[in-house]
Design a protein around this ligand. Structure first.
Ligand SMILES: [Zn+2]
Length: 71
């Protein structure tokens, strides 16, 4: 596999996937991914991305309930 940005070789490994949303930030450790040896650009595969989207949807629907509570 070749890096989209610098055309260097990518290696299969695990890395953290960070999600920065308005209202919360989520970091999932140890997500399988291709990482560029040159520039460090990660490439996540569709299956992992789909699951992460499900997690985000689930958090999105519940986070409001937490944040609506009076300080
Ligand atoms: Zn690269």
């Amino acid at each position: 596999m070749e890096c989209h940005y610098c055309k260097s070789t990518m290696v299969r490994t695990k890395t953290a996937y960070a999600i920065n949303k308005n209202g919360y930030h989520l970091v999932i450790d140890d997500v399988p991914a291709w990482i560029c040896q040159q520039c460090g650009e990660p490439y996540f595969e569709g299956e992992q991305v789909d699951i992460i989207q499900e997690i985000v949807k689930s958090v999105d629907s519940k986070i409001v309930k937490v944040q609506l509570a009076r300080p």
